[in-house]
Ligand binder design. Sequence first.
Ligand SMILES: Nc1ncnc2c1ncn2[C@@H]1O[C@H](COP(=O)(O)OP(=O)(O)OP(=O)(O)O)[C@@H](O)[C@H]1O
Length: 270
Amino acid sequence: MALTENPNLAGSFLSLSNVGVTYSTRRGETRAIDNLTLEVEDGQFVAVLGPSGCGKSTMLRLIAGLLKPTLGQLLFKGQELDGPNKEVGIVFQNPTLLPWKTVRDNVMMPIRALKLPAEKYKDWCDELLEIAGLTDFALAYPHELSGGMQQRVGICRGLIHKPKLLLMDEPFAALDAMTREHMGAELQRIWMNTRKSVFFITHSIQEAIFLADRIVVLSARPARVVEIIDVNLPRPRNADTQSLPEFGQLSSHLRAHFLGDHKNQTDARP
Ligand SMILES: Nc1ncnc2c1ncn2[C@@H]1O[C@H](COP(=O)(O)OP(=O)(O)OP(=O)(O)O)[C@@H](O)[C@H]1O
């Protein structure tokens, strides 16, 4: 996967410098990302907030190595990507589990896909299922699980090959409000136990503040970084965290980004 080493940025875990992406279609060109510059440190939980259609998923595809920047440079551990990034795990909005496979076999899917030795990952699979509270369901089938449990299986599957970075594209968007809040707490617990870097795309301001070390605010399309906010609230965060004055201040500050500029046409929710 490594192509070019850049000594200036070799120490960064993930860096995007002046990255631009333009899609060319039969109907013309769409500039999805423009001059986007961002650095992510190893082990950090980064949340990305931005208006609908601004280019968040495109950013995720870049980091996953599924797309190349049209302009600028993306370095992962100091190196350019040349094809799919095998050191990331991906969790989508819909976990899309295989209905004919058990929970354990669904979690182990990437191991087969990446042709890694299954024996070496069995213990880690059990450990992940335990961290996610799914040990008793290891042999259950997806239809026997609730939506939240299925999404937890999706998170375990994203972590099974021990990726350096977990990419999450609105993973809780399809869940009801209560399950979503519960999943936020679960994800924090899983993250605190595994300490992987996480790149988490969301439309929810509350979710971003609750989970992240840093929040990256993007502009309307083409996406560029409008602001990066460090969230220094103590961990583990819980229901009481949301009543802290800092939480409210951050929330108002972020809301102003989206509600103050009608051109952004955001659907970011408070
Ligand atoms: N494969 C593609 N070909 C052409 N245009 C694309 C492609 N993928 C995305 N786009 C365009 O790029 C822009 C950004 O899309 P993207 O999916 O990255 O936004 P997003 O912020 O993730 O959206 P949402 O918040 O609605 O999920 C959109 O205008 C979209 O139409």
